[in-house]
Ligand binder design. Structure first.
Ligand SMILES: Cc1cc2nc3c(=O)[nH]c(=O)nc-3n(C[C@H](O)[C@H](O)[C@H](O)COP(=O)(O)O)c2cc1C
Length: 188
């Protein structure tokens, strides 16, 4: 029996009827057995170094702790104006200022749903670029870009089987990356 795996997940949309939230729920339903996912809400104040100087907000500190304790990270990202949402960037900016910096060396999976045909491709590539600076380890495949989102969800649930299969494969890919990272750490 292999060790359980802990993931933390972020959704870059705050709206209740978010397709990215639905996609995240679908991902969570499909993770490999023995994997637990904790979702972190990111309705945080806007980053300001003067607030930071008085102490990181409690929610940011709690997120850092959960991330440091987790084996991997998951992002469900919308695409806003060819980039990630301000809400998600704000969360990343806060967390990037913490010590230890909680993205460093963490295996990461990302996916996104949008109304457009490219399904957050441009947003995800911006997120990958942010993660280079933060030394995160995003898995490369499969890319899960859920275009035409309104046609792939109904009554709050994913209805498109091909997307469901991609989410299964992404969860497996992340868990494999986590296991490889743990194995590498154990021989150091
Ligand atoms: C400010 C804003 C910018 C957007 N820009 C894009 C975009 O660049 N590409 C795209 O495919 N959809 C864009 N959209 C449409 C979103 O894909 C759509 O609103 C999607 O449902 C947002 O994700 P959510 O359902 O998780 O909230 C934009 C929406 C908003 C509100």
């Amino acid at each position: 029996m292999s060790e359980p795996i802990k993931l933390v997940a972020f959704c870059g949309s705050l709206r209740k009827a978010s397709f990215n939230r639905m996609a995240l729920n679908a991902f969570i339903e499909r993770v490999p057995a023995g994997t637990a996912v904790q979702t972190i809400e990111i309705d945080w104040p806007l980053y300001n170094a003067e607030i930071q100087a008085q102490g990181f907000p409690d929610k940011v500190q709690a997120a850092q702790k959960a991330m440091l304790e987790a084996d991997g990270i998951v992002f469900a990202t919308p695409e806003y104006n060819y980039g990630i949402s301000g809400v998600l960037k704000n969360a990343i900016d806060w967390l990037s200022r913490m010590t230890p910096q909680p993205f460093a060396a963490k295996p990461i999976a990302m996916f996104g749903a949008s109304g457009g045909v490219l399904g957050t491709a441009r947003g995800q590539y911006q997120l990958r670029q942010n993660l280079i600076f933060l030394d995160g380890r995003p898995v490369n495949k499969p890319e899960v870009m859920i275009g035409g989102a309104p046609s792939r969800f109904a009554d709050g649930k994913l209805t498109d089987e091909a997307t469901g299969k991609l989410l299964v494969d992404l969860g497996a890919s992340l868990v494999l990356a986590v296991r490889q990272a743990k194995a590498a750490a154990s021989v150091k």
